[in-house]
Design a binder for this molecule. Sequence first.
Ligand code: SF4
Length: 91
Amino acid sequence: MADKNNKYPENIKGRFYVDRECIACDACVMCAPDHFGMDENDGHAFVKQQPTSSTDEDLCREAMEGCPVEAIGNNGEAATISEADPESKKV
Ligand code: SF4
């Protein structure tokens, strides 16, 4: 499980992030290239753009679920409480 206290500083602020467990397999970048990028120098992925639509969010979730080492989290720094806790949106 990803740990927001262990995330890379390159992640753009927001709910999704990549932590230091990343093994640079590239799966998230191929799954959601608009949202995940690869730091080739440091050898790890990072979130370059947070999702702004439900379609984008689905892609980011798919990338998160496909990460072989669970290095992607979705409980990072959020702009609002409802973003921090997506479960609170469900009815
Ligand atoms: Fe890193 Fe996971 Fe993305 Fe692979 S899928 S590059 S391990 S964050």
